[in-house]
Design a protein. Structure first.
Length: 412
């Protein structure tokens, strides 16, 4: 057979359905067993267990947090030493949608004013012999905090006498420049005991049309409930790390925690049973990262904006997300699910045909009866118009005719 003939044999053939009647108790048992299994799958799993009778309702929501607590810099628990900071000093911004930030340590560069001063560690080192090539006047370096003046701040250099020489290029900038080394950071004591009251409001879309919140008075005291809408920062970090960390462990470099409020609700059982489940994730702890934790800079000016306070803040950033799904009975959804499931009933006939053609004593004869080629029909001079009006094949007659024809062929 040539390639084109094989291609025609594969593509230019249409198979129609042909029915035969087989009186075999085992085959009938296979068919109805498969049919029963498919029906049980549709009814018990797809419709009942998997909720195929319910419509799904999308959820949208928002979260906000209010923090309270007192900490100090340079003090300790049990002592009144140190500078006092409360939540209003340490939470920036004061209100943020779906997130909050609490400072755990900081680097303060006070009384900065515009002028000339030695550059910090981000500015090239220099000496009296090379500063003309290293400290090129007018250079705007993305790594530094100012414009290079062309001078080198050595003990015998021409740098401003107001500042201590450090063998770095002089810059025109906000002076003094920031020292952001880890040794310059000061930690805030007791931030882990700060409490966050977290309010979550969600809305389930049609056909549920239900609003829910986690501000219900569950304890009957009129006060927030710990673990439901009230958390300490130590609890948040501990839940996100499996209990192996707290705020003091991340105070030096900060951290990012994702708090997910999950709402999975069945409104056929009533809206009162719809409540949230909290999930916590530490999302800044990727190994080998070049920037772990979380920090940022902020400034505050004096009244005439001639001097400023620069703060580099490290801390805990908590981000809120809302997820989930609502479900409610819908007749339309039930009919769609059941109708789609009926397509699986064809599996019963498919499996039964396999048994019929492969695993019964007369499977070879059944297979010949079920799959007739039009060339065979032409050789037998079958009147197709008459055959189309005939009843279903009777197995005994068909197998007898086939056997007789096979015997004649063998005799020839």
């Amino acid at each position: 057979m040539t390639f084109m003939e094989r291609l025609e044999e594969a593509l230019c053939v249409y198979k129609s359905t042909r029915f035969i009647r087989v009186r075999n108790h085992k085959l009938v048992a296979v068919y109805y067993s498969c049919l029963l299994i498919v029906l049980l799958y549709i009814c018990l799993y797809t419709i009942w267990y998997d909720g195929g009778y319910q419509a799904q309702c999308l959820i949208t929501g928002t979260s906000s947090a209010k923090l309270k607590g007192t900490g100090s810099v340079g003090g300790s628990v049990g002592s009144t030493d140190g500078t006092v900071y409360d939540a209003m000093d340490l939470v920036f911004p004061a209100l943020e949608e779906d997130a909050f930030f609490a400072t755990t340590s900081m680097i303060l560069t006070a009384n900065q004013s515009r002028g000339k001063c030695p550059g910090n560690k981000d500015v090239p080192a220099c000496d009296s012999s090379n500063y003309t090539t290293v400290c090129v006047k007018g250079t705007y370096d993305s790594m530094s905090q100012g414009i290079w003046t062309g001078q080198c701040c050595t003990a015998n250099g021409n740098c401003s006498a107001q500042y201590t020489p450090n063998d770095r290029c002089e810059v025109k900038s906000w002076c003094p420049t920031e020292d952001d080394s880890s040794s310059a950071a000061v930690k805030v004591v007791n931030v882990g005991t700060f409490t966050a009251f977290i309010k979550v409001d969600v809305e389930f879309a049609d056909p549920c049309s239900v609003s829910r919140s986690n501000t219900l008075d569950r304890a009957g005291t009129g006060a927030p409930v710990d673990g439901y809408n009230l958390f300490s920062l130590d609890e948040i970090v501990g839940n996100a790390t499996g209990g192996v960390s707290n705020v003091s462990d991340i105070a030096g470099h900060g951290g990012i925690v994702l708090m997910e409020s999950s709402w999975v609700c069945d409104f056929d059982k009533g809206a009162d049973g719809c409540d949230l489940d909290w999930k916590f994730y530490r999302i800044d702890s990727e190994p080998d990262t070049i920037s772990s934790g979380f920090n940022y800079r902020t400034i505050s000016y004096d009244t005439n904006m001639e001097s400023r306070l620069l703060r580099k803040l490290y801390g805990l950033r908590v981000i809120f997300t809302t997820s989930g799904m609502g479900r409610k009975f819908s007749f339309a959804q039930l009919t769609v699910t059941f109708g789609a499931g009926l397509a699986y009933l064809g599996v019963a006939a498919f499996l039964t045909d396999i048994v019929l053609e492969k695993f019964l004593p007369q499977s070879d004869q059944y297979e010949r009866l079920k799959n007739k080629d039009d060339r065979v029909i032409s050789q037998r001079n079958v009147n197709l118009a008459t055959a189309a009006d005939a009843e279903y094949h009777d197995l005994s007659l068909s197998t007898h005719d086939d056997a007789e024809q096979n015997g004649n062929a063998a005799g020839r």
